[in-house]
Design a binder for this molecule. Sequence first.
Ligand SMILES: Nc1ncnc2c1ncn2[C@@H]1O[C@H](COP(=O)(O)OP(=O)(O)OP(=O)(O)O)[C@@H](O)[C@H]1O
Ligand SMILES: [Mg+2]
Length: 373
Amino acid sequence: MRAPNNPFLLSGYHSPTYFCDRETELEWLFDQFKNERNAVVYAYRRIGKTALIKHFFYHLEKDKKTQTVFVDLLGTASLEEANKKIASAVINKFGNFKEGIGKKMLALIGSVGAKISVDPITGSPEISFGLMKELDITKSMEALGNFLKTLKSQVVIAIDEFQQIANYSNQNSEAIFRSWTQEFPMIRFVFSGSHRHMMQAMFTDQKRPFYSSVQLMSLEPLDKTLYSNFIQSLFKKAGNEIPGDSLQDIFSWCRMQTYYIQLLCNKLYGNRNEVTQKLLMATKNDIVQQEAAVFSTYQQLFTTFQWRLLKAIASEEEIQSPNAQEFVSRHQLGATSSVSTALKTLVNKEFVVFEKDHYRIHDTLFMRWLQQI
Ligand SMILES: Nc1ncnc2c1ncn2[C@@H]1O[C@H](COP(=O)(O)OP(=O)(O)OP(=O)(O)O)[C@@H](O)[C@H]1O
Ligand SMILES: [Mg+2]
């Protein structure tokens, strides 16, 4: 794979060179894997869950004995769509289209309700699916498990954005997934998701199918010192420099949300000029403006009052009790009871999160934008 032109990646994963730290987390994942335990990684948005799993997979695949399958459930709305995503991931990973598809693979393709056709323009094979009933979905998942079971190598499946399944119209999606993982004890699963509450509830609520069946890890922001060293050495390699205080400024402005730190560093690196206070200010402004069009559409999701509460929370950055009289009067929000109700909506939609002992806006860039308007 070629080296990226800008070492601050904004999506996906390249290789350890462009990935900072996560040694403890990687070790933890290996420990689960070596001891045949299924794992869950959950965190707030854009902290680095997906990249961490890809980093883990990179190391797993290196030893050649393990095969990894990565499934992203983002955007899926039903069990049927989830099944299609998993089936496609498995077929793409193990179906060798260039050298002809083996018997076992052909049988699998049939039993998951898929068809292989050849794109008339590019000549490359494509997978398509027909409609499926719930019973067929269970059968398809079973066929997938049975196929993976017959492989000599150890298989690890990562299911990213797993919280999606809680929203599926199929009532028993969680139970179906749970029995699937149980039926194939030799396949290792890593689940990850960004809806912290939902993920926690799914795996720690006694009444839910996945209760007590996995090891959970909450992914925290990167260590500031290690991340500083990482960023500084990448700038140095390009003959540029980023002052320590600019980094501290970036960290606090981004509140350690990895994606935004990467984004700022990517822009500053791409600019190639000396990183001055002025350039940093302009770059911050740039990225806020870039997202402004999207952020302004969020307003439609809320009532005027909820929107005012969002802005009030943003202006304080962190607030212990938004329904305390003091806060309510300071922002002229009227009755504390209305604030409580609105707050619930904001938290349910995960626009506001409760962390340790305070509430804050989930998305840092959105908060920066709210502070400006
Ligand atoms: N340890 C790391 N070192 C360097 N870059 C990282 C690291 N972790 C994540 N990133 C980068 O940060 C960005 C966000 O990471 P990622 O997409 O993995 O987060 P996520 O938690 O999965 O986000 P989402 O909630 O949107 O799914 C990506 O551009 C990724 O390349
Ligand atoms: Mg992700």
